[in-house]
Design a protein around this ligand. Structure first.
Ligand code: GLN
Ligand code: ZN
Length: 762
């Protein structure tokens, strides 16, 4: 029986973020559409050539996107909200980018002037850090076949001599992610299926033998409606054209296994990294003539695979049926190429594999199975050696850290007194007015700040010069906050590149890449830290900056930390121990920092948990367990202080209904949340749950360049008082101000302080 290998999708940004730079040049008008398309087609060609050279048998096409593959699908189906004004089915690039990014009413970068329109809503793709544009379905608006990018890119590859398996986002996942304005997206099921049939027909006509149809929604809890839609959809799509490789990922099929294996498709891909335990059940349920694709290489993480262990599992299967081996999901979620990392030390590097290396791993597996293990004895031995090193390396395993985590006692998670008593102690020490005002931490990262950081890292600005620059920025920020009349100040975070990286760089157990970029949304890429070993704090990380800032003023300055759960969720984390264990180690490091800040005299410490919600597992039944340990880690980091020390946290999202009981158990003294855009609606949930401590509901939407006025902030706070007691309320923006300009921030915060004064006078 033969084994072949597939990639399911390759990073689209290019090894050196070429796509980002081309897009940004286009948006700023420095290049035209033709040059952008040329750059894009160059990236596609390079990706095909690369995967082919590495030995991939099934090359993907249409995995590329100028912005987002979900948006591409919406455009393909003509689901274009009327505010973009495009005639049905006709979508030019300006409309496409307007849907992705909104317009400011200026030239959209491609010669077409658009009025000011808001972008589509952006949200996270399952449990990844990739964001997609939420499909919108308007009542009465007909869908219609739009641009057939999937056919164009298939032909483009074909013309270059590459036979590809086009990738389509499946109809049920697309509909499940869509929001209907007053209608149920599934009302459009038949209409959508009709379009998919036509598209599949075009692909068959162009010569495609197989299509990879992605239905990651199959790895989540499905409603009866979704299940019925699956059955109906795939019955309708069978024999419309190419064979279908139904592709599932990000988790196991579990209760959806029988549904999936009963669908009339010719292939099924399953994720055996997230859900290794499903293999036997899949083999039992899969008909003999179903081509199985096994996701055995981690598409979501950067670790090198233990190839020998994989072979043990798949060799018996490969003996009796044809198999495709693949990454668990598209390689979109990992950096491109480990060989572009000259600065990673060799020991850490031997444990890693990025997209290119993952295809190489698949090639080794394929040869071992098709030609015998002897044909790849060397790479197999190297993989075994790396796996063995990783189990014992002192770079990873730190007995002191493990002992500390193991010996954590329940009292370490408990503040000394209850909430009311703490509030009294803090009121005495902090002496704040009613409706105290504060900000979330960062101030504008101006061009000068970024320039100074870049010059410092290039070696053109020495440490002393850089420190001096940062001190001046901080001092200016403190002086301005005093003048404007804020009650609790922040130092401004000018020294921080990123709220996670800043801490990761100072903690033992983290490694950083130079080119390890992963697409977050559109042209935005992130370089997640790699948490490879036991985490230890080797020195205080923020105390000097806090001390400097507090030394400039009599007003209280908040200490500013990133919480353990957020550090964990925004990093590539270890796969050799539970996430929970890694999180506890980080929690202890933050706890030490909290206590050092307190010892230095800091009276209010904010521990940001911006990403706590993001860590929620895909299956509801796993939520509580995650929330329990996440909250526990937060408490471990925060609870080691005296009653008079005020613990703040900040969360920038607006969905609290389902997680609020757990948020309540974090036992913070003050929480600031994002509410400006939702008219304080979510405070209802806080009220219902009788949230005991103080809340700062954001009154300034920092995601917009718009400067809000005093009156509307007062109005928002009045709405807040319909749900909460006045003494519970703080006045603050939605989030940090790092992405804004000072000439937006200054008037907005002045208005915010004026609003608080109005509230006090009432
Ligand atoms: N303290 C951080 C800041 O102000 C918080 C950012 C965030 O929550 N995303 O930038
Ligand atoms: Zn935030």
């Amino acid at each position: 029986m033969t084994v072949t290998i597939a990639t399911l999708g390759f990073p689209r940004i290019g090894p050196r973020r070429e796509l980002k730079f081309a897009l940004e040049k286009f948006w700023s008008g420095r290049i035209g559409e033709a040059e952008l398309q040329e750059a894009a087609s160059g990236l596609r060609t390079a990706a095909w050539a690369r995967q082919k050279a590495l030995g991939a048998d099934w090359l993907p096409s249409n995995d590329f996107s100028l912005y987002d593959h979900v948006l591409d699908t919406s455009v393909m189906l003509g689901a274009i909200p009327s505010r973009y004004g495009a005639a049905d089915g006709v979508t030019d690039l300006a409309t496409y980018f307007a849907m992705a990014r909104g317009t400011t009413g200026e030239d959209a970068g491609c010669g077409h002037a658009h009025g000011s329109v808001t972008a589509g809503e952006m949200t996270k793709w399952f449990d990844t850090n990739y964001h997609y544009i939420v499909p919108e379905i308007e009542p009465g608006r007909k869908l219609a076949l739009g641009r057939l990018k999937v056919v164009e890119e298939y032909r483009e590859a074909q013309a270059q001599g590459y036979e590809t398996r086009p990738v389509l986002l499946g109809p049920i996942t697309w509909l499940s992610l869509a929001k209907g304005h007053g209608i149920d997206p599934f009302d459009l099921l038949d209409e959508v299926l009709g379009l998919y049939r036509v598209i599949l027909g075009h692909l068959a006509h162009a010569g495609a033998e197989w299509v990879q149809i992605d239905e990651p929604i199959l790895a989540t809890d499905l409603s009866e409606q979704q299940r019925a839609a699956f059955t109906r959809a795939y019955a309708a799509l069978q024999r419309s054209g190419p064979k279908l490789m139904l592709t599932t990922y990000f988790g196991g099929l579990e209760d959806n296994l029988a549904l999936a294996t009963a669908l009339p498709v010719q292939g099924l891909h399953v994720d055996l990294v997230r859900a290794p335990g499903q293999l036997d059940a899949v083999l039992r349920a899969a008909p003999k003539d179903l081509l199985l694709s096994l996701g055995v290489i981690d598409g979501r993480n950067v670790w090198r695979a233990d190839l020998n262990a994989v072979l043990e599992r798949v060799a018996p299967i490969a003996a009796s049926r044809d198999l495709v081996l693949a990454p668990s999901c598209s390689l979109l979620h990992v950096p491109v190429d480990l060989t572009l990392e000259p600065k990673l030390d060799a020991e850490v590097k031997q444990w890693l594999a990025f997209a290119v290396q993952k295809v190489e791993e698949l090639t080794v597996l394929k040869r071992a199975l098709n030609e015998g293990r002897d044909s790849v004895a060397r790479p197999l031995a190297a993989a075994a050696e790396a796996a063995a090193n990783r189990k014992v390396s002192p770079r990873i395993h730190d007995a002191a850290v493990q002992a500390r985590v193991a010996q954590a006692t329940p009292d370490m998670r408990e503040r000394r007194s209850g909430h009311a008593e703490r509030a009294r102690a803090q009121a005495e020490l902090l002496d704040l007015p009613p409706f105290p005002t504060t900000t979330i931490g960062s101030f504008p990262q101006t061009a000068e700040v970024r320039h100074a950081r870049a010059e410092h890292s290039r070696g053109n600005l020495d440490d002393a010069g850089y420190q001096q620059f940062l001190r001046e920025e901080t001092e200016r920020a403190i002086r301005w906050q005093e003048v404007v009349g804020l009650d609790m100040l922040v130092h401004g975070e000018f020294e921080r590149n990123d709220m996670v990286q800043y801490f990761g760089e100072q903690l033992a157990g983290f490694a950083f890449t130079v080119n390890g970029w992963v697409q977050s949304y559109g042209s935005r890429c992130v370089r997640p830290p790699i948490l490879f070993g036991d985490v230890r704090r080797t020195h205080p990380m923020t105390v000097d900056w806090w001390r400097f800032a507090q030394g400039l003023t009599d007003k209280p300055v908040k200490g500013m930390l990133t919480g353990p759960v957020t550090i964990l969720n925004w990093s590539f984390v270890r796969d050799d121990q539970p996430r929970e264990t890694s999180c506890r180690q980080i929690a202890f490091a933050i706890r030490d920092e909290v206590q050092d800040l307190e010892a230095a005299g800091c009276r209010a410490i904010q521990i940001d948990e911006a990403a706590l919600r993001e860590g929620l597992p895909l299956r509801k039944r796993d939520w509580q367990q995650y929330l329990d340990w996440a909250v526990d880690c937060f408490r471990l980091s925060a609870a080691g202080v005296a009653d008079g020390t005020q613990i703040h946290t900040h969360m920038c999202y607006s969905e609290f209904n389902d997680i609020l009981p757990s948020i309540g158990t974090m036992d913070t003294d003050v929480i600031s949340i994002e509410t400006a855009r939702s008219q304080m609606e979510l405070l209802e949930a806080f009220a219902k749950y009788r949230y005991p401590s103080a809340i700062g509901p954001g009154v300034y939407d920092i995601h917009s360049a718009r400067v809000p006025g005093e009156a509307e902030m007062v109005e928002l706070m009045r709405l807040a008082q319909q749900h909460l007691r006045p003494e519970q309320l703080w006045v603050n923006p939605d989030c940090g101000l790092k992405t804004r300009k000072w000439d937006e921030v200054k008037p907005a915060i002045e208005a915010m302080v004026a609003a608080a004064r109005t509230l006090r006078a009432a």
